[in-house]
Design a protein around this ligand. Sequence first.
Ligand SMILES: C[S@@+](CC[C@H](N)C(=O)[O-])C[C@H]1O[C@@H](n2cnc3c(N)ncnc32)[C@H](O)[C@@H]1O
Length: 210
Amino acid sequence: MNEREQHWQNVYENKAEDAVSWYQARPALSLRLIANTGLGKNATLIDAGGGASRLVDHLLDAGYADIAVLDIAPAALEKARARLGPRADAVEWICADLLRWRPRRRYDLWHDRAVFHFLTEAADRRRYVEVLKAALAPGGQVIIATFAPDGPESCSGLPVQRHSPESIARTLGEDFELLETVDEWHETPAGRVQHFNHARLRRRALDASG
Ligand SMILES: C[S@@+](CC[C@H](N)C(=O)[O-])C[C@H]1O[C@@H](n2cnc3c(N)ncnc32)[C@H](O)[C@@H]1O
């Protein structure tokens, strides 16, 4: 395991699912933004860096049939699978560092809450966009949530790059069109409030990289 994998594996091995600062019993804003995509229940969705998030549970409850969850930490995916029980068999589980991942198929929606902001190096952000483009169908949509410019400077002991919706859109480049932005004040289990920015974008149907 490299340092990044070890960091996240330790977090999920040593902290209860509902003790991490990013825990949400119901990721209401993500669910609202996913509904706003207008995608049907047979659309292919990926929660990139989904960890042990309950988003997948709520998407299954809502009737989405083709959901993938990717994370770098095996322990995170194990927690989510154990929680879901037999329902976990309906989900595609991908244990990978998304910066090195080679997608085997294309998804209609890429959801990322609190992962992109860990990319503090421009080269890593460029790599993220390459992987995103390899994974996302033309015309597909992206939801990215990061700490806002006045949000925390670190998360889980790691430095973060804070973003506005516009800086997320700029980083993704001209092949993406910004459709919707929402602010969120997330209350952590310890009672602290963190300012997040959510951006929903669409990949243009025809772009330079196909
Ligand atoms: C702050 S947590 C957010 C988890 C989840 N998205 C949520 O909202 O509950 C960040 C997650 O990103 C994962 N992660 C960090 N870097 C990653 C990478 N390079 N590839 C895949 N997953 C990564 C971590 O293991 C962790 O689950």
